[in-house]
Design a protein around this ligand. Structure first.
Ligand code: SF4
Length: 237
């Protein structure tokens, strides 16, 4: 049995991207310092977390979902999303531990579960170039959920929260407070097809790449590796 690997649903989503580069993936996982310029602004996860508290707070006070979630269909309640230390599934064939932490888990009237992910971004539907990552992430959560007692998971959805930055809105007194100002968000909902069968081939691909003793060839057409090689040669000469 090969050494156990661990991957989050989101990182597994990178493997599903059309532009996926096995070389980048191998380096990210095997070079202790990782790659440079891999900075993700923390403000987005803060907003996603804030959205979760808005939803849960409304449910707690009103025993129903806020109106802006109406496109999700009827919801009976929510459960606190499990922490990633408890939300995991070991895929026996590849010996890969799939982990994650969903942004939201709603209970539907028939007792099944809907898993959602909040995205602070402009909604562009399936045209969103990151959609393969999100689709994989949600289906990975469904697979983990089914293994961890959230069963059955019958629906998946992305909830896009887009900042309202219109000059007309910003110019009103309503957005001003003594200690700062408010910014609104408009919400768009995108249902994601539940298709847990997409997960296993991605795990197999992950295992095949990460078991290689050295980085595989880079993505066809990407010149950046050549530039790095040229830079290294120049420095060494
Ligand atoms: S080919 Fe491009 S994407 Fe792949 S490792 Fe090199 S720089 Fe990164």
């Amino acid at each position: 049995m090969p050494e156990q690997l661990r991957i989050s649903g989101k990182d597994l989503g990178a493997v599903a991207m059309p532009e996926f580069c096995p070389r980048c993936f191998w380096i990210k996982r095997n070079v202790p310092s990782g790659l440079p310029f891999q900075i993700f602004p923390g403000i987005f996860s803060s907003i996603d977390s804030y959205t979760k508290h808005v939803v849960h707070g409304w449910f707690d006070r009103h025993k129903s979902a806020p109106e802006w979630l109406a496109d999700l269909g009827p919801l009976s309640g929510y459960v606190d999303p499990p922490h990633h230390s408890k939300f995991r599934f070991l895929h026996a064939d590849t010996n890969i531990l799939l982990t994650g932490s969903p942004d939201g888990v709603f209970v539907l009237p028939d007792g099944s579960y809907m898993i959602v992910d909040y995205k602070t971004a402009k909604h562009s539907g399936s045209q969103d170039e990151l959609f393969p990552i999100y689709e994989t992430q949600l289906n990975a959560y469904a697979v983990i959920g089914e293994a961890c007692g959230l069963t059955p998971v019958s629906k998946l959805a992305l909830i896009y929260t887009e900042p309202i930055t219109d000059k007309e809105v910003a110019s009103t007194d309503d957005v001003n407070r003594n200690d700062g100002f408010l910014m609104g968000f408009s919400v768009k909902i995108l249902s994601v097809k539940s298709d847990p069968l997409i997960i296993e081939p991605l795990l197999a691909k992950t295992r095949a790449i990460l078991d290689l003793p050295s980085p595989p060839r880079g993505r066809t057409g990407c010149k950046d590796c050549e530039k790095v090689d040229d830079l290294a040669k120049t420095i060494m000469s």
